[in-house]
Ligand binder design. Structure first.
Ligand SMILES: Nc1ncnc2c1ncn2[C@@H]1O[C@H](COP(=O)(O)OP(=O)(O)OP(=O)(O)O)[C@@H](O)[C@H]1O
Ligand SMILES: [Mg+2]
Length: 383
């Protein structure tokens, strides 16, 4: 439904919430944010800010009471409250039932296995001791990937265990899962969208390159450097995954491409995603507007890429902590096709996501070359 008077409640006021509010403002949609502090990125651009804890049942219930539609920008929220709000007649997208599966990497992997969706071999454990016992018993061999079942993000909660010594130093404690270590040719993400009518669209695949130290996606390329056949397979897989979950709004599907050309699902996020930032500046429809179209059951927009693009996260420089200072912005703005997005976080710290830049070019090579220049010029520091 297209309505400029309905109130859209968003759990989470970080950069994804901020960019969602900016897209909503184009259509004069009213956005209301729930998060700990109005000084967070979305605070400056939403229609209404409620200070509270999106993990607290009462806070979410009170927040939802006068909203027409509720969505999220982070999946670690109180789903019991979302479930009760849904029961009370509120529209909630993504649905709390799906959120419960996605929040838990164990349940998420079981979902793929159950639906015959390709993913790496895995096993779920009550705690890390059980995992070690499974290794001792020869059921699992090193190397393997250990992940905590809940609350992981940005590579935290992921340990690659290669040697027996890693079992002493790197082992994560608590409920976890083991995954086969997949040989990677590259990592891809496809952002899919669906509305309540069941229409589905996918954005072209993006190729992710990781920062070696911070374990964060640092460099993202669209179109991805893959064959048209793999591109079509990746898009078709994302479509299968969003239909299996049946979510409304966005579902970002992170995938591994193996040297043999197989695609395996790594994990999904039912919200705007880092790999879709570039769509603001290089696609007909941005992922943020597409999320709004999906959750409001509006016709989904054209996902075509208008120009090759590279997205880089602007991370806090190691060695700097405190009030933020952006070095080299003018020099970057002097270059055509450089789009800078700053999230408005007052304090920087090493590798904190402070903003991003989308760099477009006539060809992928030109965009990559320009992106490397931006990476060298633009530094997030503290005075
Ligand atoms: N089974 C695997 N085989 C090989 N590499 C893996 C595997 N699982 C994870 N990785 C590597 O670790 C990275 C982070 O894993 P994952 O996406 O599960 O964690 P996350 O903390 O949710 O990350 P993010 O928030 O950055 O998406 C992956 O992008 C990939 O580089
Ligand atoms: Mg991930």
């Amino acid at each position: 439904m297209f309505s400029t008077t309905q109130k859209i409640g968003i759990l989470g006021g970080g950069q994804l919430g901020k960019m969602l509010c900016l897209a909503a403002a184009e259509w004069d949609f009213k956005t209301c944010i729930l998060d700990a502090s109005a000084s967070f990125p979305a605070g400056a651009v939403c229609s209404e800010f409620t200070e509270g804890d999106f993990n607290n049942y009462e806070d979410v219930m009170a927040f939802g009471a006068d909203k027409d539609l509720i969505t999220i920008e982070i999946e670690h929220v109180n789903t019991q409250a979302l479930h009760d709000l849904e029961k009370a007649g509120k529209t909630v997208h993504p649905s709390p039932a799906v959120l419960n599966i996605i929040k838990d990497k164990g349940l998420q992997k079981q979902f793929y296995a159950h639906h015959g969706l390709p993913t790496s071999r895995f096993e779920v454990f009550e705690n890390e001791k059980e995992l070690v016992a499974a290794i001792d018993a020869g059921r699992w061999k090193l190397p393997l990937v250990q992940k905590t079942r809940t609350a992981g993000y940005d590579g935290k909660g992921v340990a690659i265990l290669r040697t027996r010594a890693d079992l002493d130093n790197k082992l994560l404690s608590g409920a976890c899962l083991a995954e086969a270590l997949v040989p990677l040719q590259t990592e891809l993400a496809v952002v899919a969208a669906r509305n309540a009518d069941g229409d589905v669209t996918v954005f072209p695949a993006v190729e992710m390159e990781f920062h070696p130290e911070a374990n964060l996606v640092e460099f993202l390329l669209c179109p991805a450097r893959i064959s048209p056949m793999i591109e079509a397979e990746a898009e078709a897989l994302a479509e299968r995954v969003i239909n299996a979950f049946g979510v409304c709004g966005l579902l970002a599907v992170e995938m591994f491409l193996t040297p043999e050309g197989d695609l395996l699902i790594n994990e999904v996020a039912p919200r705007p995603h880092n790999s879709g930032h570039h769509t603001i500046d290089s696609a007909v429809t941005s992922q943020y507007q597409q999320h709004l179209r999906g959750i409001c059951n509006l016709p989904l927009g054209d996902t075509s890429q208008t120009t090759p693009a590279v997205m880089i996260n602007l991370l806090g420089e190691p060695g700097f902590k405190g009030p933020v200072f952006y070095e080299g912005v003018e020099a970057c703005l002097a270059m055509p096709g450089v789009h800078i997005h700053l999230y408005g976080k007052a304090l920087t710290s090493p590798y904190r996501k402070m903003g991003h830049a989308t760099i477009t070019g006539a060809t992928a090579e030109e965009a990559v070359a320009k992106a490397r220049k931006v990476q060298n010029l633009l530094k997030v520091k503290s005075l």
